[in-house]
Ligand binder design. Structure first.
Ligand code: ADP
Length: 243
């Protein structure tokens, strides 16, 4: 479903991704774990070209983009297959909750307002915000704002949703409601890649865990194997520190 082949990325002289190979199957929930600065967010952003890799290939379904010479159309095609949930929600402050979710459907996908409204309301109901359609982001808690971000991603009906530390900006008491929503949509079989520090979530919800350090994938496997029987010392040390 998603394949990254030999992806490298440097910022100036700093090589942040050093030849990443990653395969994600359809319907899988993959959690990417690792210390701060190990390249997790950069890897996620390379999947939809928010960061341009220096080298390598990204495939989603039967569409492959070669990172050396992608056309604008290639990048557009790739982006349409993905949706992203950001750490800081990235909502439009001057638009209502409903307008935030409708925006991508009307502007990017060129849907009619009526259809876009219907889909958006359904998705907002799914994340428990059916009563907040006309609220503005500033009137919502961080957890609610992030659930709007998730509804917006779902509404796009992407082939994969990319979550970039979706709970790390939240007060601790709001983390649970957001993780519950992610868990609920995971059960629907949507392919998801989640950069997270929430080990409980990774253990319980993901099908596959990837541990990164210093720009490489050190180890990957089923959560039950990684959490109880990691093969690599670096993984064991990290998990010991964080759990
Ligand atoms: P993680 O998500 O694992 O914390 P990141 O992918 O955010 O790691 O960052 C990996 C490294 O790349 C860090 O050293 C970070 O400072 C650097 N980096 C990330 N984005 C940029 C950028 N736009 N310009 C320069 N350096 C960056």
């Amino acid at each position: 479903m998603i394949q990254m082949a030999n992806i490298t990325k440097a910022f100036g002289k700093h090589e942040v991704l050093k030849g990443i190979n990653l395969t994600v199957k359809k319907g899988e929930v993959v959690c990417i774990l690792g210390p701060s600065g190990s390249g997790k967010t950069t890897l996620l952003r390379c999947i939809n070209y928010l960061e341009k890799p220096n080298q390598g290939e990204v495939s989603i379904g039967d569409f492959t983009i070669n990172c050396k010479r992608p056309s604008k159309q290639d990048i557009h095609t790739l982006r349409k297959k993905t949706a992203m949930v950001f750490q800081h929600y990235n909502l439009f402050k001057h638009k209502t909750v409903l307008e935030n979710v409708m925006e991508g459907l009307v502007i990017v996908q060129k849907q009619s307002k009526d259809i876009a409204r219907q889909t958006s309301i359904q998705m907002l109901e799914k994340v428990g915000l059916g009563s907040k359609l006309d609220a503005y982001p500033s009137q919502l808690s961080g957890g609610q704002q992030q659930r709007v971000g998730i509804a917006r991603a779902l509404a796009l009906n992407p082939e994969v949703i990319l979550f970039d530390e979706p709970t790390s900006a939240l007060d601790p008491e709001l983390v649970g409601e957001v993780l519950e929503v992610i868990q609920k949509i995971a059960k629907e079989g949507i392919t998801m890649i989640v950069v997270t520090h929430e080990m409980g979530f990774a253990r319980e919800v993901s099908n596959h865990v990837v541990f990164m350090d210093q720009g490489v994938i050190v180890e990957e496997g089923r959560p039950q194997d990684i959490f109880s029987d990691a093969k690599e010392e670096r993984t064991r040390q990290f998990l010991k520190r964080i759990t």
